[in-house]
Design a protein around this ligand. Sequence first.
Ligand code: NOJ
Ligand code: CA
Length: 542
Amino acid sequence: MFESSRWWRSAAIYQVYPRSFADANGDGIGDLAGVRSRLGYLRDLGVDAIWFSPWYPSPMADAGYDVADYRDIDPAFGTLAEAEELIAQAHALGLRVIIDIVPNHCSDAHPWFREAVAAGPGSAARELFWFRDGRGEHGELPPNNWTSIFGGPAWTRVPDGQWYLHLFAPQQPDLNWGNTKVREEFEDILRFWFDRGVDGVRIDSAALCTKDPELRDLPESGEPEVPHPYSDRDETHEIYRGWRRIADSYIPQRALIGEIWLPDTERFVMYLRPDELHTAFNFDLLAAPWDATAFHASIDATLAAHAPVGAPATWVLSNHDVFRHVTRYGRQDTSFTHDHDHRRRQTGAPTDVALGTRRARAAVLLSLALPGSAYVYQGEELGLGEVEDIPDHQRQDPLFARTGGANPGRDGCRVPLPWSGDEPPFGFSPPDAIAPPWLPQPASWRSLTVEAQQGDPDSMLELYRSALHIRRGLPALGDGSMRWLVSPPDVLAFERAPHFVCVLNMSTVDVPLPEHESVLIASVPLRDGLLPPDAAVWLRTS
Ligand code: NOJ
Ligand code: CA
């Protein structure tokens, strides 16, 4: 069934966000039975692998990124036996399976943390986390000035007066990676899932795991500290060297994929040295505004940085943490950052959905044509936009509550998928469901269901299907190299051997195409042989 043992170098990988993919038992929450019933859809879409956001038992304080047990499945999603079935079923359909591993922190409901709180100061159990006495006369102030990435202090006090560190929500205590027991535990967790046939892991917050043992304050202003006390510290690499040895001990070799947000591409690719991770999400293009110079520079910087370590690049347009790109590309400001103010300003900013959709069609032809692997976040193949009118009381993302609503959070890209029918739940849940979808679906999604789009050659879904199928059949695409072609202003054109050219027109005028034998696929119809603005095309050349 599977051809290449180095599949991660070229794969098109579909991200399933289990809560929002398909709900088989009608409780309004997606589940593994729902995924299993839709595996045929993913095979037909033409992706090579599925990455599952966390499916473990969790109080869901951060939608499952707060893991209480790394070796089981949350009862809302199903059982371990069902996960094993799902892996086998996916493999039988030719789909590889990647799961999310969350090493920086666990849940406050994890037995280790419960034990640590109960065991008290100075105990071995507390050594697995970052417990410290507070500052101030009575220890009433946090041990240092770090703030949580979700807003507020990065420290929470327990009843005996000590504080513990959490770079994210208080329900996500950071693990102490200086402790051998933590390292051994995660190596064992990797083996647990690799033994069950999982083909690779996506490593959450991969650059944050190790901390300055002195827990030094961050400078109040000015340049970020180097080395930073908790981000991208040199010791982190040793963790992944150990993981790589484990991944390499399996046949076929398992893949390690890092979630690494670092502005410095040189530092970023250090994680991709031959004895570390296989690939990492490249968020640079995702953050770039819709602008030919910015895209060109981002692609060049990405490829140049990856080349010396011999790792393939990855291309990502959306995921469960960022604004859906249909919406982003229809706004005045088409860039993305995690900055709280930026997200607040962007939420609800006017967006031209038709323009965003048109650009999203062009963008996917670009991302699937660039050298390396590419990610598709569930729903982008349907052209879903960010849902921006979720009532406050229904918002679940801790970012919303932790910032007092200043940051509306990430719920808008996590709304359950529309599969069929004219009204919510749009086939996400069965007709006899006992609860509505966990986040409300917009009525306007009736025209974006899978049912409404399949078979319509002009739909986003059929564009993705065609492009993914063409990509799979073309030796020029996936891993390899590319060469820029001379092109009109604000037009990106590159060729890949053998016989392939991609052109993306980011200008405001129709542009001529390079010489070609045939058009493989275009994001919009050509006009008299010219490529219109905000459109892309794949060409077969002689
Ligand atoms: C990155 C994940 O993608 C995000 O959803 C999560 O909130 C943080 N890591 C914390 O685990
Ligand atoms: Ca369910």
